[in-house]
Design a protein around this ligand. Structure first.
Ligand code: HEM
Length: 453
């Protein structure tokens, strides 16, 4: 589907929206990326051209084209340059590195995510969820998204480097929050975008400070661990001891980058999945009732464990359906490394490719009644029959999410633990708007009222 092409003077480009004479599609994108990309797919079909002021992007809306870019011709594409904004935070970690360096790191880190290794984290996940529930007061109103962010951050910090000191978790949270805000403002405000990182604005200074605090903390932990040489059974212990084929181990800088990357990639995405799940359940009492029935039948009064996962089938279907409608990673970007062709259209080296889970997973060609929240659609072999890239909340190909099993386990265990103890109802008068920041966030949070079961 993707073929190499010789540079041509006459490019064959796909159809696409006209856009602003100077800024191209940027204003449409900034005013509502979800609506814009959905409209483009409906109006222009499986390949759409987005012309920007200094870039050209191809939006791909067919599973076969997506498969080509993420799997069969993935060697022709690299990560998108927009990720460079995160370089200070993530360094050369798995999310932002490319090529042979990435391959070597991925090979070394992959074993840390093998099933046998991660099942041990199930208990940490449930214990932290129970501690959160114990701090809740029935009748209270809470921003559930803030709670889920705090919970998954504590879990990822504990499982990665045994950090359960509140202060450490707060430093990480602050660094992540500041850099996502920084990314957002730079990506949507041309003036800010053009200012260099070192220009001493309030935001830049806050960003630099948060990064310094974060580095200090991480290097202290890495140092202490090197000195004690203790195997705490966490991910950091594993990363400290793994070697590549030449016997080389990771440097302190590389360890810092990978730990930061895993915390960055592994906390907000799962928190969002849970926030959207609790929101959707509050709007669909029939789904909540069925979910509670399963939880009561499987667990009774006891807290869930990893051995319950195979029987919490409906809970898993609820999570899959939440990730279909509100995918935390709502789009994936790539950049052509050389001139090539997709579906008969020409890409030049440097052109961007965008594939969107939000668009594909609401496509009526693959999902009946696509806007409806129906966990039952995942019964039987529905998932197997779907074209692979009609549903891809964790991406695909060699860069598929390394934390996929970790995340599924966490989402199912946490949802079961919460629903077993509490009913949450949406506080009236709020508008819940999905906001396509780097991840798909609820724009103003989600306030819910708690009732104990
Ligand atoms: C519901 C939760 C999650 C979702 C929806 C999600 C989604 C994704 C997606 C779509 C990608 C591919 C990005 C691309 O191809 O450009 C990805 C990559 C990645 N994810 Fe996740 N993720 C989740 C949870 C996690 C967790 C829990 C961890 C770690 C603890 C994690 C670590 C990573 C890393 C390190 C990568 C980069 C992999 C590489 O390029 O080699 N993710 N994730």
């Amino acid at each position: 589907m993707v073929t190499l092409a010789k540079p041509k003077t006459q490019l064959n480009l796909p159809p696409g929206p006209k856009g602003h004479p100077i800024f191209g599609v940027l204003p449409n994108y900034r005013d509502g990326a979800l609506e814009f990309s959905t409209r483009c797919a409906k109006e222009y079909g499986d390949i759409v051209l987005w012309q920007g002021p200094l870039f050209r992007a191809f939006q791909l809306n067919h599973p076969d084209y997506i498969e080509s870019v993420l799997v069969s011709s993935s060697n022709l594409f690299g990560k998108h340059v927009s990720l460079n904004i995160f370089k200070r935070l993530l360094g050369n970690g798995l999310v932002s590195s490319d090529g042979e360096f990435w391959q070597r790191q991925r090979r070394m880190i992959q074993p840390a995510f093998h099933q046998e290794r991660i099942v041990g984290y199930g208990k940490v996940m449930v214990d932290y969820a129970l501690a959160m529930l114990n701090s809740w007061v029935p009748g209270q109103e809470r921003d559930i998204h803030t709670d889920m962010m705090g919970l998954t951050l504590e879990i990822v910090a504990k499982t990665l480097f045994e950090a359960d000191v509140k202060q450490q978790v707060e430093i990480v949270g602050k660094a992540l929050e500041t850099s996502i805000e920084y990314y957002e403002v730079r990506n949507t405000n041309l003036l800010v975008y053009l200012l260099p990182d070192w220009f001493p604005t309030r935001r830049n200074l806050a960003y630099v400070r948060a990064m310094q605090q974060m580095d200090e903390m991480l290097y202290t932990i890495i140092n202490q661990r090197r000195v004690s040489n203790e195997d705490k059974g966490d991910l950091l212990s594993m990363l400290l001891h793994i070697q590549d084929e030449d016997g080389a181990r990771m440097t302190d800088k590389q360890l810092r980058d990978e730990v930061m990357t895993l915390m960055f990639a592994g906390h907000e995405t799962t928190a969002l999945t849970l926030s959207w799940a609790l929101y959707l359940l509050s709007q669909h009492p029939e789904v909540e009732a069925k979910l509670l029935e399963e939880i009561n039948a499987v667990l009774g009064e006891k807290a869930p464990t990893v051995t319950d996962l195979p029987t919490l089938r409906y809970t898993e279907q609820v999570i899959m359906e939440v990730m279909r409608l509100y995918p935390a990673a709502w789009a994936i970007g790539r950049q052509a490394l050389q001139d090539c062709e997709i579906g008969g259209y020409n890409l030049r080296a440097g052109d961007a490719v965008i594939v969107s889970q939000w668009v594909m997973q609401r496509d009526a060609r693959y999902f009946q009644d696509p806007e409806a929240f129906k966990p039952e659609r995942w019964e039987g072999d529905f998932a197997k029959k779907l074209p692979k890239f009609a549903y891809f909340p964790f991406g695909g190909g060699s860069r598929v999410c390394i934390g996929k099993s970790f995340a599924m386990m966490e989402a199912v265990l946490l949802l079961a633990t919460i629903i077993q103890k509490y009913h949450l109802s949406l506080v009236p008068g709020q508008e819940i708007t999905p906001w396509p920041a780097f991840t798909l966030r609820p724009k103003h949070g989600i306030k819910m009222r708690l009732s104990k079961r």
